[in-house]
Each structure stands twice: as C-alpha cells, then as structure tokens.
Design a protein around this ligand. Sequence first.
Ligand code: GLN
Length: 248
Amino acid sequence: MYELNICHLYPDLLNLYGDRGNVIALKKRAEWRNIKVSIDAVTIGDAYDSEKYDITVLGGGQTYEQKIISPDLLSEKASEIKSAIEGNKVFLCICGGFQMLGRYYRTREGEEIEFLGALDLWTVEGETRIIGNILFECDILAAEGYDSKIVGFENHQGRTYLGPDVKPLGRILTGGGNNGEDGLEGAVYKNVFCSYAHGSLLPKNPALADLLLSRALKQKYGDFAGLPRLDDTFENMARESMISRLLK
Ligand code: GLN
C-alpha cells in the first residue's frame, strides 16, 4: 500500500482564503485511491525533517504574519527545507508562502524582509493590491494530458519577479499574476510548484492536485505506475463555469 506524508507548514499563520483546502484536497484524492496519508502541522519552534515529508504545503498570509515567521523560517528549518527542495520533494506554495521561498519581500517603505532564498525569485510591494479572479494556462498540465487551464482567486500587494533558474507555472489569460506586468503566474523549480492562486487552488483544479500526488509518489516509490483517474465531473463543471465566465 502506498503512503504519503504531508507537512502543512505554518498552518496557524499562513491560512488566508482557506488555503488549507489544498491539504484536504491532496488527502482526499490520495485516499480515494487507497493511498494512506498522514498530515503533520509544523509551525514556529517545531522541527522540519526534510527526509520525512513527501509533500509540503505553505498557504498565504498577510505581510504581518510573514514578518513573524521569517526568523523561524531562517533558523534550523532553512537548511532542511532547502535540502528537501534540492532533493526533489514536492512543495505547493501559495501567495505569501510562494513569496517566502524567494530571497526577500521589499515593502513600499524600503524595508526588506529576508526570506528563504531557496528559489531564484524576489518580491517588491506595489502601490496597489492585485485582487480578483485569475485564469492561466499551465504547459506542465498540458504535457501530462490534462486540460491546461487553472482558475483561482488572487489578492496580493507583492509583485514577484523570477530569475533565470525558475520557470513560471503558467501564462495569464485573466488577472494580474506574479506582478501584473510580464503575464506570468507562479513559479516552478524541480518539484516546487508556486502560485498566487487562492481558491483554494487544488479543489478547483483537480488535475493539478493529481500532478502533485503523482510527482510525490514517483519520487518516493520510483516504479509508481500512475494514478487511476477519478470521476471529476462536479469539479470540472465548477471549473468550466468559472472559465467561461472569465473568458467572456
Ligand atoms: N502579504 C503578501 C502580499 O500582500 C501575501 C498575501 C497573500 O498571501 N494573499 O503580497
């Protein structure tokens, strides 16, 4: 029997817009395939074991909470998280959690909040918030035979820019995305998947949930043959209604 260990990182602080729905979606979609799932909440002062977790999820949070978390993130956790990332462990990082894998968040007042520096990206606070529904195309999903569109909801003051070592998760069709300028959304590095899309993201986009589960199972078991498809009729009806509304 396959088993997955999931770490929900800072769930008490990075918990905007019900991003914990991403952990619930991963758990349920794995259990519907008879895969055993354990979930650990790891927050300030807790140890993070890079070997233990197959999938790590970080949700979104206000800049206030991000400042609270930063010293803990840069403590013993930093080397363990970087080791997990370089070891091809799967990460899903949403909005504030996405920003915190990069080098820094620079506020409008010029204050730089130091973040992990695990991914070649950085964030600069804009004059306005980017808020609204978001729709983008994800080539990785298309390459796996899924529909490439991803829907969600964004609300962020930060403008994130990607360095050459990081690819975007997708290209914007509707919404602001990383910075409202370059038409890019999110980031991908090894098995780290980042997005500004709340929603929460995975219940609205079951194909992305299955992609993360498949990557984690392949990374852990090597010979993993692939996930049997589920009946996603209702999930895809909800997606299609959003997609048609946003593309009108
Ligand atoms: N505080 C960050 C920003 O405003 C992230 C917000 C979020 O996670 N929704 O850009």
